[in-house]
Design a protein around this ligand. Structure first.
Ligand code: EPU
Length: 456
């Protein structure tokens, strides 16, 4: 069965392979805590305060450990109470860090780019590694650098990274994003709050995690208003203080367990899941034929028996169907009757994970065309960003290598749904964003063992 609970700093030494005996419904209760994609940004926001901050409902995931390490490299004292999920951050002695240390520590994380605004305000300069792409697309940082330049920062690309300077106090500005990027909107918020004057961002991302970051910044002393037409207006202030805040819940993790319940024919109560942030997912879950009940503590997701329905689905920025929900749900769609069409419009390359599903017996074709919905910016550009899933197809066990965080969890769901014993390799990637997932699998009655992968 599952290993004892690891401490965050031990994750890098964790074993890396799961043998999963699939074909059994997941049943039981698990808890989700704070959203990975909010917590890491709130931690960066603490850099802007003149006094310490306290963040609660922090999950024990590797991304939190990575950002904690990056903050420590910059002189921030970070004190984590793992069990309580409380993080105390004291930015009194912020200092520059060496780019090589940042690079070594950050790994594939893109968080260092968000340190720029706060560091420019605190120290007048920031160094970041040249952040690379990843398996879900190129993931460039051009919007981020353009934003920093518009505030008056000077960006120099050097052979060992990117050096950004603020020759004078950053100035508020008017910016329209070409696409409502989550990270670019966060970059702007973290920079504008202490810039001189007013900043206006149009075509902003308005994901719930961004709204919670705005909550945090307002607690710190910022003045931010959000209009209904994706326009965010910030009046810069001279000083900000620390915050105390409880992170919103992780709606990606909640939806991932919901998809696992559906794909395995199970019944999972996700304590901590919240309805307002999941409205779009819940509508889709219902259309596919899944059922749910909502109470004050969480959401119960279950397969009611009988056939699941095929659907047509398009991922989008909030309030659309999140791209991060797409991969887990596609596994459940392999069990739906008929042809489902999924059009991915956020990332150009987020269907790589279906190769493994095909190897397990799923019938999935990927296309370069924009199928089903409106044309998107990837339509004429040779990206396989639409998928047609024909079901239901029984899944059979396989030897699978985890490609990325969400694709990896989806492979895990497929292994849990498939008859026989699967080997899922590279699962330490899943620790980046799914807290104690082997303990949760155990709580849901999954049959598995976690072992060292001698092949790696
Ligand atoms: N983009 C650019 N240039 C930029 C920035 C983004 O072209 O400078 C493009 C991207 O290539 C992508 C699109 O804009 O095609 C959207 O990217 P966005 O900036 O919104 O994504 P992100 O901020 O890098 C966050 C989450 C992702 C999540 C997306 C979309 C974090 C740490 N990551 O990424 O989460 O998929 O928003 O909601 O918050 C995950 O959790 O597994 C994950 C990938």
């Amino acid at each position: 069965m599952a290993c004892p609970r690891p401490r965050v700093r031990d994750y890098v030494h964790m074993t890396d392979l799961l043998y999963v005996d699939g074909g059994n419904p997941l049943r039981g209760e698990i808890t989700v805590r704070g959203a990975k994609n909010f917590v890491s940004k709130a931690m960066v926001a603490a850099l802007l305060g003149e006094t310490p901050s306290e963040l609660r409902n922090v999950p024990q995931i590797r991304d939190v450990a990575v950002v904690s390490g990056l903050l420590r490299l910059h002189g921030v004292s970070v004190d984590l109470d793992d069990e309580a999920g409380t993080l105390r951050l004291d930015p009194t002695d912020v200092e520059s860090a060496h780019v090589a240390d940042i690079d070594a520590h950050a790994g594939s994380s893109r968080i260092p780019i968000l340190f720029c605004g706060p560091l420019l305000h605190r120290l007048g300069e920031a160094f970041i590694p040249d952040l690379g792409g990843c398996r879900i697309g190129d993931r460039p940082i051009n919007y981020h650098l353009d934003i920093l330049r518009q505030f008056g920062a000077v960006v120099d690309k050097t052979h060992n990274g990117i050096h950004i300077r603020a020759p004078h106090r950053l100035q508020g500005t008017k910016i329209a994003l070409p696409y409502p990027s989550v990270g670019a909107t966060e970059q702007l918020l973290l920079t504008a709050v202490r810039a001189e004057g007013i900043t206006e961002l149009s075509n902003a991302a308005i994901e719930p995690e961004i709204m919670d970051l705005i909550n945090v910044l307002q607690k710190m002393g910022a003045i931010i208003s959000v209009a209904t037409d994706r326009v965010i207006r910030i009046e810069g202030v001279d000083r900000l203080v620390g915050f105390q805040h409880t992170a919103l819940s992780d709606r990606i993790e909640a939806a991932s367990w919901a998809a696992a319940a559906l794909a395995t024919g199970g019944d999972v109560y996700v304590r901590g899941a919240t309805q307002p942030e999941m409205t779009t997912f819940l509508n889709t879950f219902r259309k596919v034929g899944g059922e749910f009940t909502i109470d004050d503590e969480g959401i119960r997701f279950f397969h009611p028996g009988g056939d699941l329905n095929s659907i047509q689905l398009e991922t989008d920025v909030h309030p659309g169907f999140m791209t991060d929900w797409q991969q887990p749900l596609v596994v459940a769609l392999t069990q739906a009757r008929g042809l489902s069409i999924v059009h991915e419009t956020v990332y150009e390359n987020r269907f790589g994970f279906v190769d493994a599903l095909r190897g397990m017996g799923a019938t999935i074709q990927v296309y370069k065309e924009c199928l089903g919905g409106r044309p998107c910016r990837f339509g004429q550009r040779n990206f396989y960003h639409s998928a047609v899933i024909s079901g239901p197809t029984p899944l059979s066990a396989a030897d699978i290598e985890v490609p990325d965080l969400r694709g990896g969890f989806s492979h895990l769901i497929a292994a849990l749904a498939a008859k026989g014993q699967s080997a899922v390799r590279g699962i330490s990637l899943i620790d980046r964003g799914y807290e104690h997932f082997t303990e949760k699998l155990e709580a849901l009655g999954a049959q598995f063992s976690r072992e060292v992968d001698v092949r790696r």
